[in-house]
Design a protein. Sequence first.
Length: 117
Amino acid sequence: MNKISIPKTARILFTLAALFSIAAGVVFFVSASAIDVAIRLGISAALVLHGILLFAFGWLIGQTSPRYPRLAAGFVFLSLVAFIFDDLGPVDFAAMGFYLLLFVLCVRVYLSIKEKP
């Protein structure tokens, strides 16, 4: 059985988070009919942009520069903090756990790059 590296695992999880964020943006725009269209469009656009940034950081996480995992960790940390300003329910706690895992993987990738001579 082949062992999957930490950067590859982080890339897969970033891609999953990106797909989920983009799908959430589309679903929110379609399903939240009681909210004004401009607000729905703004929130949906923010979720899609969040997904695009997650995908970009996931693609950059395996690069050799220690700057990329550090930036990815910062972005994931901000995403994690954003859940504090929402109603905390079971889905929010699951997402927070997922983002915490992404944050730990980013830090691990950063430390592994820094350890190389």
